[in-house]
Design a protein around this ligand. Structure first.
Ligand code: HEC
Length: 247
């Protein structure tokens, strides 16, 4: 009996299938909230992409304040809750405000680029905006939390977005597994440097609009100068990876 159990444990360890403890519902709720805010802000950039790329237009009307206002409206529509009503002294309240401030910071810092007249494509696209916002968020929250927009290793364009060991394993063993339910979050409680963290991975899939840059034919340069990956609609395209202090 004892022997059998030990053998089972060894087997589980060898196959890497020892079930990790999932993050608690409270952690997942905060991660969903932060991911939704990131998506809400990013979609403001997506719907304004043509406008941003218009060489004939100067001021695009996309100041930090203007983009934040639209992001808040998107978030409120998606969640039924105005983010400004989240208690600013709570963990979620501090983090969501840091994220909203990061959106404003990134937009304000890029006004000259966005508003340049006589220039078409400016390289200001949703993925870049997303990375800049996660970096500005990280600078604001320090050790309190982490947020990154990463992807399966073969899809990585910007080295800053490379998955760490936990993220790479979560993508390979769970999010990319054939039987992983589309859209389901993967989470685990992990210990690193003596600190416990809730690590939460929110998957995102390619939609047709992504494929002008990430689709076929593989190897052909897209408008941004990167070789296309030959990806298909519905493939796992990226992951919003969030690390939280367990609540
Ligand atoms: C205009 C071309 C273009 C389109 C359209 C586009 N991307 Fe990208 N994507 C890029 C570029 C360029 C980068 C690298 C940005 C950077 O420097 O951080 C990138 C980066 C990413 C990353 C971050 C990881 C990495 O490779 O550095 C993910 C995830 C991603 N894209 C997914 C998507 C998804 C999902 C869509 C559709 C909703 C999409 N992209 C649409 C060009 C594009």
């Amino acid at each position: 009996m004892k022997c059998g159990l030990a053998a089972l444990l060894v087997l589980q360890m060898l196959s890497g299938s020892a079930a990790a403890t999932e993050a608690a519902p409270a952690d997942l709720a905060i991660a969903r909230s932060l991911a939704t805010m990131l998506q809400s802000a990013r979609s403001v950039i997506s719907v304004n992409q043509e406008r941003i790329n218009d060489p004939a237009l100067g001021d695009k009307g996309l100041s930090g304040a203007a983009v934040l206002e639209k992001a808040i409206a998107n978030y409120t529509q998606a969640t039924g809750r105005d983010p400004n009503t989240i208690d600013p002294t709570s963990y979620e309240g501090r983090l969501i405000r840091a994220q909203m401030d990061a959106v404003v910071e990134v937009m304000d810092a890029n006004q000259a680029t966005i508003n340049a007249e006589g220039e078409g494509f400016k390289g200001f696209i949703p993925a870049t905006f997303t990375r800049l916002v996660t970096e500005a968020f990280q600078a604001r929250v320090g050790e309190e939390a982490s947020m990154k927009f990463t992807a399966p290793p073969v899809l990585i364009r910007n080295r800053k977005a490379r998955p760490d060991a936990f993220e790479a394993a979560a993508i390979r063993d769970y999010l990319e597994a054939a039987d992983w339910p589309k859209g389901q979050i993967y989470s685990a409680l992990v210990s690193a440097d003596g600190q416990e963290r809730a690590r939460i991975m929110v998957p995102e899939y390619y939609v047709p609009s992504c494929l002008t840059c990430h689709g076929d034919p593989a190897g052909e340069l897209d408008i941004t100068g990167y070789p296309k990956e030959g990806a298909h609609e519905g493939d796992l395209g990226g992951v919003i990876s969030i690390g939280l202090i367990p609540q």
